[in-house]
Every structure is written in C-alpha cells, then in structure tokens.
Design a protein around this ligand. Structure first.
Ligand SMILES: [Zn+2]
Length: 293
C-alpha cells in the first residue's frame, strides 16, 4: 500500500487480512476523489494474494501478477450514471461460482448509491447469505441513498477528507503542478485538486484575477474582449468567473486587502449568465460596475 492518506484505515484493513477475519461486506463511505477505490483495490489485492506477507500482497504470486484480470476480482461501476439491476444480477450470479485463481473472491461496487431500489434489492440476497469465500465492498459518497437493509448488513468504514499536505503529495507524485489555491479549492479531495489544476481555463482566470486585484480595468476590459472573441472561452465564461471568484476568496483568506463588492459583482454576473443573459452584455455591465467600486 504505497499511496497517501487514510493510514488508520489501511492499518485496520491490514490487521483484518493478517488475522484472516475478513468480513463478508464492507461499506466504504467518504467524499468523492479521496482514494476510497484505491484503498478497496489494494485491500482486494491483499485478500486475493496466495502468499501474502504480514497481510500485504506479495506481488509475485499468480493472483498478484494477474490482479487486474483475476476473475476472482469483480468491479462494478455505473454505466451512464446508474448501476442497473441486470448488472447486479449478473454480478451476484458470478458470486456463487467458486474462486479459480485465489482462495477468495472480492466484489467491488463503486458509486453504489447509483443503484436504484430494485438493483439494491437484487444485491440484498448476497448480503444476506454470502458464500463463505466472498467479500463485497460497496463504495459510496452518499450512503443516504442506500437502503437501510443494505446498510445494516455491512461493516462501515468511514474515510476522512485528505489534508492539504496529503493532497499536495498526491499531486506531486502525479507530476501535477501544485497551485496553492487548488489545495484550498479541493476541500479535501485529491480529484478536485487535479481537476482544478488541469482545467484549461485556469491560466486566463488567473490573469483576469490579477488584473482585478491590480485594479487595471483597462487591461481587464481588453482581456474580457479576448474572452468574448474566443468561442471556446466564451462558452466557459461562467466557469471562468467562478474561478476568479474562488481566487478572490482565497486572496481574502491570505489577508489580501480586497473590496468585497467585487465578489458581489462577480456573483451577480454569474447569476445573470446562468439565467442565460447575453454574455457580452453581462460582461460589459460588469466592467462598468467594477470601475465604480
Ligand atoms: Zn501475491
């Protein structure tokens, strides 16, 4: 287990594998993008390994070498936003076939909250009487959407948000530039931090923000003209303004003196664009108003 964060959970799961007291069903709960699935896959690898060392996968046995194609590991993910009842039925049929490579089988259901009631009921049967060799790991960021009958049959593992330091390390390991405001924006989710940093509107948003901060409204106007003239940027103008707003909030947190009215103007303009106002006009009004602040 080499990735970052959730040390306490990883320790607990390791103890479980070491002692052989693996439960039949787990529910991994926590925000999106914090590594729940990674933990689940590593846990599965440790469970399926044929010669694990101190509860950790050996990396050399058949089960470890073929981990991703090991038929004893099944991963179910939503298709078009939902896990269908038919997929769950297929999944449960699979569960009652004996393991072929490993001594156990692991079934992971990611974004389990996307199962509707019918699909969850189809799963219930294996949660009630699972075969001895099977472990099911449900992963969710919204356990409220799971039936009480499901929740009462699983061991819940609650994941904390990642710390800024942990997110920073994850970004560095993935060779993603660490923007300080991205750590703030991420709100505990490495995925959100990556999305922010890889967002192709960040550069222009930062340029616009700097001009706002410098109160260089002439140049700001020129830049907005560029945005208006660029079809792709113009389509993303709402997102760009949201980025600028986030940068404003971040600046405030860093004790940068800043007129709060500017944030209000940004908010107002975003609302207008959301209500499908004319973008050119909304930006023109924004420019007129900001000059008065
Ligand atoms: Zn192994």
């Amino acid at each position: 287990m080499s990735y970052i964060g959730h040390e306490n959970i990883k320790d607990e799961l390791n103890k479980v594998v070491k002692s052989g007291s693996i439960s039949h069903a787990y529910l991994f709960v926590g925000k999106d993008g914090i590594g729940k699935k990674k933990v689940a896959l590593d846990f599965a690898k440790d469970i399926l390994c044929l010669a694990n060392v101190d509860g950790h996968a050996c990396g050399k046995c058949d089960a470890c070498l073929k981990f991703e194609s090991n038929p004893d590991l099944q991963v179910l993910i939503p298709e078009k936003g939902a896990i269908k009842v038919d997929s769950v039925r297929e999944f449960t049929r699979e569960m009652f076939l004996l393991p072929t490579v490993s001594n156990r089988k692991v079934f992971i259901i990611d974004e389990a909250e996307t199962m509707n009631e019918q699909a969850q009921n189809a799963l219930l049967k294996c949660l009630e009487e699972p075969p001895l060799y099977a472990s099911i790991i449900l992963i969710t960021s919204n356990k409220e959407k799971l039936l009480r009958t499901i929740k009462s049959r699983v061991a819940e593992v609650a994941f904390d948000s990642l710390s800024k330091d942990e997110i920073k390390k994850i970004l560095e390991e993935n060779n993603v530039e660490v923007l300080p405001e991205a750590l703030d924006y991420a709100n505990g989710s490495a995925k959100k931090a990556m999305e922010y940093t890889n967002d192709d509107t960040i550069e222009i948003s930062q340029e616009l923000f700097k001009l706002v901060l410098k109160r260089d409204f002439l140049e700001l106007n020129r830049k907005f003209e560029q945005v208006k003239a660029d079809k792709k940027l113009k389509e993303q103008v709402e997102h760009i303004l949201e980025n600028i707003m986030h940068l404003c909030f971040y600046a405030l947190k860093q004790d940068v003196t800043f007129d709060y009215k500017i944030i209000e103007l940004l908010e107002k303009t975003i609302q207008k664009i959301r209500r499908r106002a004319n973008v050119d006009l909304a930006l023109d009004v924004f420019m007129l108003d900001i000059c008065k602040v």
